[in-house]
Design a protein around this ligand. Structure first.
Ligand SMILES: Cc1ncc(COP(=O)(O)O)c(C=O)c1O
Length: 500
C-alpha cells in the first residue's frame, strides 16, 4: 500500500455503498471532494494512482479515473508530471467558496426542490394519454441514427435559419395536414414549437395586449387559459351545448381572440357544428378577430374519417391552426406546431427567435423521416384501431354498473366524458376515486364558474385488462348512493356536425 493510499485509508472516509442509487464514481468523487473541503487533504497532497486505489477499493480502474477527471475539471485536483494526481493550488479558494455557500444555505428560505425521478406513467383513467408501449421505438431509433449519419453532423450546429423548424419536417407536415386535415397551407407557414403549449404562449404574446378579451369554451383547456392570462388578457368563458361552444356574434363582440377545439371540444367531446364553424370563421373576418383552432386529437375518430379542420373554411386568413405530436406519438417529444396566416409568419419568427432560437434538430429530423417513411401513418392507423377497442371495453365494463353517467360523445377521442345529473358533486366523486388510486378528473376542474357535472375518463393508455380492473374498482366503491329511479347508464348518440 503506497503512503497516499494509506493516508486515505487512515482517515477511513472512503466507503463506497454498492447498494446506493449513486454510482460508485459519483460517491468516490463526492468523498474525495469532502476531504479536500474539510482540509483532510491539503494543497499539493498526492493521491494514489488510479490502479492502486481501484485495487484497494475493489472497484474498476475506470471508476477511479472518472472520479479523478471530474475533480480535475472542477479544479480540486490537478495532474502533474507522469500523470500523478495532486490536490490543486486552487483547492483552498474552492474550499472557502464551499463554506460560504453552506453558510448562505443555512439562512436561505426553504425551497421545494422536486426529487429527480421519472414518471411511472399515468394511472387509470388519466385523460389524454397515448399508449407509449405501442410506439415503435426501435424504428424511431434507427431513423434517428440514419438522420445523424446522413446529415454529416450538420444537425449538431446552431441552425438559426431553422427558427420555425427543420425544413423537411415542415414540408412533410404540410403535406399531411393538407391531405388529412384539409388545412390550406404552404410548408413555410408551419412553425414547429415545443409542444402546442409553446405555440399558444407565443401566439398570446404576439396577438394580445393587456386588457384584451379572449373567448374560451367552458369547461376548457387550462393550458390555453394560462397562455392567454400570461399576456394580460381577460377571459370570457362561454358555455358548451351538444353543438359545441355557444358564442355571441363576433361582429358585435369586443373580442380579440377566440380559442376553440372544434373537432372535439376539450374536455366534453362535443363537435362544433358546421353552422357554428362557418359563423365563427366568417365573423372573424368581418370583426378582424383571431381564431386559434386547437386540433389536439382529431385523428382518433372511430366511426368515420376525421372531420376537416375549421381552418379549411377560413377565407380571410384569421384562423391559426395549432396541433401536437404529443397524442399521436408521445408527449415527452415536446413537438407541436402552428399553421400561421401568411401575415403572421414574420412576426412569429421574430418572437420565437427571442424565446428559443430553434428547437432540438435531431428529434425534428427523426420525425421528418418518420413521416417520410410512412411509419407515422401506420402508427396512427394501429392506434386508432386499438383505441377504438379500448373505448368499447371501457363502455362495456362500466355499463355493468348502475352509475348515472351519460356518455354522450363516443365518435372518437382519447377520453369519454360521463355527464352526471346536476345534483351530483363531481369534485367529491373525483376525490373519492383518487383515494382509491384512480385518476379521474371532474368536469368542474376544467371549468370557470357553473358548468355541467361529470367525470373525464381517459382510456387510450391502458390495456383492456387494466381498464376492466379500474372499472371494477370504481364500481366496487358504491358511488351510486341514492340513484334516481331511471339511474342506469344512458348512452346517447354521438355529437353531430349538422347545424343545430
Ligand atoms: C386541448 C389540448 N390541447 C393541446 C394539448 C397538448 O399539449 P402539448 O402539445 O403541449 O403536449 C392537450 C394535452 O392534453 C390538450 O388537452
Amino acid at each position: 500500500m503506497s503512503p497516499d493510499t494509506a493516508q486515505l485509508k487512515r482517515h477511513q472516509v472512503l466507503f463506497l455503498n454498492r447498494k446506493s442509487d449513486l454510482s460508485l464514481q459519483v460517491q468516490l468523487a463526492a468523498q474525495l471532494k469532502g476531504m479536500i473541503q474539510s482540509g483532510q487533504l491539503g494543497t499539493g497532497d498526492p493521491l494514489p494512482s488510479s490502479r492502486e486505489l481501484a485495487a484497494e477499493l475493489k472497484v474498476s480502474r475506470n471508476t477511479v479515473v472518472y472520479a479523478y477527471e471530474r475533480l480535475i475539471s472542477e479544479g480540486y485536483l490537478s495532474s502533474r508530471l507522469r500523470s500523478r494526481i495532486y490536490v490543486s493550488d486552487t483547492a483552498p479558494e474552492l474550499r472557502s467558496a464551499a463554506q460560504r455557500r453552506s453558510s448562505q444555505q443555512d439562512i436561505a428560505p426553504a425551497v421545494h426542490v422536486p426529487r429527480a425521478s421519472y414518471s411511472a406513467g399515468p394511472k387509470p383513467f388519466r385523460p389524454c394519454q397515448p399508449d407509449v408501449q405501442r410506439f415503435p421505438l426501435a424504428l424511431w431509433n434507427r431513423l434517428r441514427g440514419r438522420a445523424l449519419r446522413t446529415t454529416n453532423r450538420s444537425l449538431l450546429h446552431y441552425n438559426s435559419e431553422a427558427v420555425l423548424g427543420f425544413r423537411p419536417l415542415r414540408e412533410n407536415l404540410a403535406m399531411y395536414l393538407r391531405d388529412s386535415r384539409g388545412v390550406a397551407c404552404e410548408w413555410w407557414q408551419i412553425a414547429i414549437t415545443t409542444g402546442s403549449q409553446q405555440a399558444l404562449y407565443l401566439l398570446a404574446h404576439l396577438l394580445l395586449k393587456p386588457g384584451d378579451t379572449v373567448y374560451m369554451e367552458n369547461p376548457g383547456y387550462s393550458g390555453a387559459v394560462r397562455a392567454w392570462k400570461s399576456a394580460g388578457a381577460s377571459i370570457e368563458h362561454l358555455p358548451i351545448d351538444q353543438h359545441g361552444m355557444v358564442f355571441p356574434p363576433l361582429e358585435t363582440s369586443p373580442v380579440s381572440l377566440v380559442y376553440v377545439t372544434p373537432s372535439r371540444q376539450f374536455p366534453t367531446g362535443a363537435s362544433l357544428s358546421l353552422a357554428r364553424r362557418l359563423s365563427l370563421a366568417n365573423g372573424a373576418v368581418s370583426a378582424q378577430t383571431w381564431i386559434v383552432e386547437d386540433d389536439y386529437d382529431s385523428e382518433f375518430r372511430y366511426i368515420a374519417p376525421p372531420l376537416p379542420s375549421m381552418q379549411s373554411l377560413d377565407s380571410g386568413n384569421r384562423v391559426i391552426y395549432v396541433g401536437t405530436f404529443s397524442k399521436l406519438l408521445f408527449p415527452s417529444l415536446r413537438l407541436g406546431y402552428a399553421v400561421l396566416p401568411k401575415a403572421l409568419v414574420e412576426p412569429f419568427t421574430d418572437l420565437k427567435t427571442v424565446a428559443e432560437d430553434h428547437g432540438p434538430m435531431i428529434d425534428q429530423a427523426t420525425l421528418a423521416a418518420f413521416l417520410d417513411s410512412g411509419a407515422f401513418y401506420s402508427h396512427i392507423r394501429r392506434c386508432r384501431k386499438n383505441y377504438a377497442e379500448r373505448q368499447q371495453v371501457f363502455l362495456d365494463a362500466i355499463q355493468k354498473g348502475s352509475l348515472p353517467l351519460e356518455f354522450r360523445y363516443r365518435d372518437g377521442g382519447m377520453n369519454l366524458t360521463g355527464f352526471l345529473p346536476d345534483t351530483y358533486d363531481d369534485l367529491a366523486w373525483s376525490a373519492r376515486l383518487k383515494r382509491a388510486g384512480l385518476d379521474v378528473p371532474a368536469l368542474s376542474q376544467y371549468a370557470a364558474g357553473p358548468t355541467e357535472r361529470g367525470l373525464v375518463f381517459g382510456f387510450t393508455a391502458f390495456t383492456p385488462a387494466q381498464i376492466r380492473r379500474g372499472v371494477d374498482k370504481l364500481l366496487g366503491l358504491k358511488l351510486d348512493r341514492p340513484i334516481p329511479s331511471s339511474g342506469s347508464l344512458r348512452v346517447a348518440a354521438s355529437g353531430s356536425l349538422l347545424a343545430p
